[in-house]
Design a protein around this ligand. Structure first.
Ligand SMILES: O=C(O)CCC(=O)C(=O)O
Ligand SMILES: [Fe+2]
Length: 302
């Protein structure tokens, strides 16, 4: 049983109806200075240590070895996946506890880091609907200051069903009608996006003194459809399970209250997919061979 005071705390951390409606309509929410300065310091230290541990550099940042399985094992950085105040907010968006972790990425973007062209990250093979919610929380522990990379978002684009890279080699990181450029956020800010919202990282000059620290955490809503498990280039249940086992073993379940985040039952991989999902995955793999690194093709530093 929850104490009455716990329930009260959860309500304080939840989103208002206005915020929930804004998110549903526009596809994003900006929470400036969401993390305390003290927590940001620890996350920055963890990301620095992560970069020391990683092998293979920027290109292999999402490998089995260097991706979420390694990131989530850090006590502070990995603990973001079950940050109580964020989970209360995700619960507001999802409408219940019926959701689970998809992945966590983390990186330190140095001066000259390549752009990431317009894309979305809604995981679905093939892309057919937006019936279930997937969200990404983009954390900027050192903020955004107009150097190295700006975050671009295209409000309301989550309402259209399209391939993740539909805009990548057409609009690169150009402004689009109605798009927003986020280049001035205080340390600890987080931008929650509907994962189907079109977004980009525009490469910017400067930043030799101040690297751009970044970590994102994503969650998928339970429902009639299962989601592709974490894994590149194809979903891997063994890896997703390893991620969740590690999260639980280092205590991110917080005395069982948040164990549900690390439940893997709403995910599938190549071995457990439907025929339609398998064909969808194959198509994406083939396209990737034709259009290598379509997300990073042009990198005009501005
Ligand atoms: O670097 C950023 O601000 C966003 C990167 C991005 O598109 C992502 O992590 O999905
Ligand atoms: Fe993205």
């Amino acid at each position: 049983m929850k104490e009455a005071s716990d329930t009260y705390t959860m309500e304080l951390m939840a989103l208002s109806n206005t915020e929930v409606n804004f998110f549903a309509d526009q596809g994003y929410l900006i929470l400036p200075s969401f993390l305390s300065a003290e927590y940001c310091t620890r996350i920055v230290q963890d990301i620095d240590q992560l970069l020391e541990q990683r092998t293979g550099g920027y290109a292999s940042r999402n490998s089995d070895e260097n991706g979420t399985a390694r990131i989530i094992s850090f006590p502070d950085l990995g603990a973001l996946t079950s940050h109580p105040s964020m989970i209360a907010k995700i619960r507001s968006l999802m409408g219940s506890d019926g959701f689970a972790l998809h992945h966590q990425h983390a990186n330190r973007h140095e001066e000259g880091t390549v752009a990431s062209n317009w894309h979305h990250d809604y995981e679905q093979f093939p892309q057919t609907d937006r019936d279930q919610l997937m969200v990404h929380c983009f954390y900027y522990p050192a903020g955004l200051n107009g150097e190295i990379g700006d975050l671009l978002i295209l409000p309301r684009s989550h309402r259209s069903v399209m391939d993740p890279n539909a805009f990548s080699d057409k609009f690169y990181t150009e402004d689009l009608p109605g798009s927003l450029t986020l280049d001035n956020l205080p340390p600890g800010s987080v931008v929650i996006v509907h994962s189907a919202l079109m977004h980009a990282r525009r490469a910017k000059l400067g930043g030799a003194e101040n690297p751009r620290y970044f970590t994102d955490v994503s969650y998928c809503q339970a429902g009639p459809q299962k989601w592709p498990a974490y894994g590149f280039p194809l979903p891997k249940m063994w890896l997703h399970k390893q991620v969740c086992d590690r999260a639980l073993s280092v205590g991110h379940g917080r005395n069982k209250e948040f164990d549900f985040i690390y439940n893997t039952s709403i995910f599938y991989d190549v071995d457990t997919s439907t025929e339609e999902q398998r064909v969808g995955m194959e198509r994406v793999l083939k396209q990737r061979q034709v259009d290598v690194s379509v997300r990073e093709k042009i990198n005009h530093l501005t």
